[in-house]
Design a protein around this ligand. Structure first.
Ligand SMILES: [Zn+2]
Ligand SMILES: [Zn+2]
Length: 343
């Protein structure tokens, strides 16, 4: 089969021919329908992402059809009412399965968690192996290639908004720093909340095309490369919630200056940035949290909302063989929604 791998020595993406993997034990083989290209993939190529084991087939935002299963997977698939040919999303945090977080379905928190495209081969390929049927979420009638971004961008955004829940009551002032694939979903989930229409939502983006798109997706105002004073002016005060979808030194600093006393900053973007904290900054009694992936129940809820037509997201399909070119386009800021590699 064809797979796009990141080589440890060259540091570049290469299209290679490798054997189709055989599922063993509880493993399930997925025939990939689509795999989203996430900015985190660029960080992996750049060598700035922690906990990546090379060489590796990239891709952690995967949809596909159940193709084959190991001898111990069949009863587990039956119990989950899944069978060969079913379209599924791959839930990406693969934990130990036995700790408290794993038993609660929040395997992304497990300290032994592995992920496709990081420590296991991912979805930049025609087929991939998923270690256990519990990591599969049924897609129903959603088009699998179009649905791939739900597995990472959608789920992570859902989790981020959920974690910000205590700060979103009433008519909160909300700032999004960056509004690409994940940010678009954050806007949708903010507006879908009960009373979400009364939030004042401002976006700061570096890309003019994304500024226009943020307004279409429900932002009240979208600014090109705002700073904290411009954000405060557009919001009518400091932000009760800041979503940092970029995560560089600069955006974390912006978030620290923009957040209100007692407010919350949710760091989502894996830009490798750092923030120095002191009693002077960020604002007194503000809270910082990170988010990566979400729980299986989060992903099921995202799929449910997508199936009833409550979510909008843009997908541009591109051939798997064009993965390196897709990365370059994302780097140059030429992608409005999500690029999905199709084998
Ligand atoms: Zn990602
Ligand atoms: Zn665990």
């Amino acid at each position: 089969m064809r797979a796009v791998r990141l080589d440890a020595s060259s540091g570049s993406l290469t299209l290679v021919d490798v054997p189709i993997p055989e599922p063993a034990g509880t493993e399930v083989r997925i025939r990939v329908a689509g795999c989203g290209v996430c900015r985190t993939d660029l960080h992996i190529v750049d060598g700035t992402q922690a906990r990546v084991v090379l060489p590796r087939t990239l891709g952690h935002e995967v949809s596909g059809w159940i193709d084959a299963s190991g001898p111990n997977a069949a009863p587990l698939l039956r119990r989950s009412h899944l069978s060969a040919g079913d379209a599924t999303l791959v839930s990406g945090g693969w934990g130990c399965g036995t700790c408290a977080d794993c038993l609660a379905g929040a395997e992304q928190r497990c300290d032994r968690s592995l992920a496709p495209g990081f420590q296991r081969d991912g979805g930049y390929a025609e087929y991939m192996i998923v270690p256990h049927p519990r990591h599969l979420v049924r897609l129903g009638d959603l088009d699998p290639a179009d649905a791939a971004p739900l597995a990472d961008a959608g789920m992570t955004a859902f989790r981020a908004v959920k974690r910000a829940g205590p700060w979103l009551a009433g008519s909160p002032r909300v700032l999004l720093i960056g509004c690409g694939g994940v940010g678009g979903f954050v806007l949708s989930f903010l507006r879908l909340r009960r009373g979400g229409g009364s939030a004042r939502i401002v976006v700061s983006e570096a890309d003019p095309a994304r500024v226009a798109r943020a307004i279409d997706r429900g932002a009240d105002e979208a600014l090109l490369n705002a700073d904290a004073s411009a954000a405060h002016e557009a919001l009518g005060g400091p932000a009760e919630v800041v979503f940092d979808l970029v995560g560089t030194d600069d955006t974390l600093s912006f978030a620290a200056d923009a957040v209100a006393p007692g407010g919350a900053v949710v760091l989502v973007g894996e830009g490798g940035g750092r923030l120095e904290m002191s009693m002077d900054r960020p604002a007194i009694e503000s809270w910082f949290t990170t988010v990566a992936w979400g729980s299986r129940d989060d992903l099921r809820e995202v799929v449910r909302l997508a199936r009833v037509g409550r979510l909008q997201w843009d997908v541009e399909r591109t051939p798997l063989a064009q993965a390196a070119a897709a990365h370059e386009r994302l780097r140059r800021g030429e992608v409005a929604g999500r690029l999905v590699l199709v084998p």
